[in-house]
Design a protein around this ligand. Structure first.
Ligand code: HEC
Ligand code: HEC
Length: 217
């Protein structure tokens, strides 16, 4: 147990990336690859993960890439992660929704032990999304409606003051790609009633409430 933790702590981004690449080659070669590739969009890699040399990052690269792209810890707020990880661990143990099917398809799945689970959840919570403090945004249901409706579909509504206006431009551009990636197979039409991304509205709202541009990141 101690030995195992020491080995994990020593793993760096290069070793982690090798694990990620090997896992992806396995699931990309499976008959289910068509939907597995869309569970999460590609975003971070081993080098751009927060605390890239930590045991938390090593655990993510070992366990959380077996069925989809590497999850970004910043996607969800701290309170959301334990429930998600629980759902994933049930699958890694071969149970739950599609668990048995995935385990068979992957030729076996590695699952974290209790100590690793604790470290993994701690790591995700430390590097999580900052949720909006709604009390500070009395205009959320008026001027902020496009933002409110579009940006809470996949994760908690993020805190506008957590980023500068320039950073929001880059994030929102990425979210447009994430929506296209996750929501529908290529070529399909938007569903009637599906919230559309009103990008100019959303950016104007975020810019009005963003952190000052001079703030050091
Ligand atoms: C055995 C396969 C498997 C493994 C291993 C796995 N996942 Fe998943 N994951 C899935 C499936 C299937 C879905 C889509 C259904 C769902 O959301 O439960 C998913 C969806 C997700 C999502 C998107 C859904 C959401 O609620 O945002 C996140 C984030 C996620 N996984 C994180 C993780 C993390 C973190 C780990 C490692 C602790 C992990 N996964 C390991 C199968 C897996
Ligand atoms: C289709 C699902 C989806 C929608 C809709 C969505 N996001 Fe995201 N969001 C993600 C995923 C997946 C990640 C993690 C991967 C990434 O960062 O690209 C993420 C991560 C983030 C992060 C953390 C990124 C970082 O690098 O720190 C922020 C902030 C964010 N989203 C803001 C927004 C905003 C603002 C909107 C509305 C314009 C939005 N999201 C809409 C899926 C979505």
């Amino acid at each position: 147990m101690l030995l195992c933790t020491a080995q994990l702590a020593a793993a760096g981004p290069a070793e982690n990336q090798a694990l990620i690449d090997a896992a992806r080659a396995r699931w990309e070669g499976s008959p289910q690859a068509g939907w597995m590739v869309r569970i999460l969009p590609p975003s971070v890699d081993a080098a751009t993960l927060p605390e890239a040399g930590s045991s938390g990052a090593a655990l993510l690269a070992r366990y959380c890439v077996q069925c989809h792209h590497l999850p970004n810890p910043a996607m969800h707020h701290p309170d959301k992660w334990p429930k998600i990880v629980d759902r994933m661990v049930v699958r890694m143990r071969g149970h739950g929704n599609r668990g048995a099917q995935m385990k068979q398809m992957m030729g076996g799945l590695a699952a974290p032990d209790e100590e690793e689970l604790h470290m993994l959840i701690g790591y995700l919570r430390r590097n999580a999304q900052k949720p909006i403090d709604v009390a500070r945004y009395p205009d959320l249901d008026t001027r902020g409606r496009s933002f409110r409706d579009a940006c809470a579909q996949c994760h908690v509504l993020p805190e506008p003051a957590s980023r500068t206006a320039g950073e929001w431009q880059r994030v929102v551009r990425r979210m447009e790609r994430n929506m296209a990636w996750m929501n529908r197979v290529s070529g399909s039409q938007p569903l009637p009633g599906e919230p559309q991304l009103e990008v100019p509205d959303i950016l104007a709202y975020l810019a009005a409430h963003a952190a000052p541009a001079t703030r050091a990141r």
